[in-house]
Ligand binder design. Structure first.
Ligand code: ZN
Length: 80
């Protein structure tokens, strides 16, 4: 099963749920502002856009850096 990581508590959650099963935070509202998500990719992590995994085989720290970077780029594009 495909999982993503909660942006608040970094717990693993199914892609389909809109509330974090660990910390109970609403995730659906994150979707628009943060379309890129960290997902579990085998033993490592990947970056997904929507439900499609675009990057594979990342360490968690790298995945977090890239996710933040990609979401920031997107935000800047919308503003500028
Ligand atoms: Zn959480």
């Amino acid at each position: 099963m495909q999982v993503r990581l909660c942006p608040f508590c970094a717990g693993e959650i199914p892609l389909t749920v809109s509330l974090c099963i660990h910390c109970g935070k609403e995730l659906r509202s994150m979707k628009m502002a943060h379309p890129y998500e960290i997902v579990r990719d085998g033993l490592q992590y990947g970056i997904a856009l929507g439900s499609e995994v675009r990057l594979h085989g990342l360490k968690l720290k790298k995945a977090q850096e890239l996710e933040a970077l990609l979401n920031n780029v997107l935000k800047d594009e919308k503003v500028g």
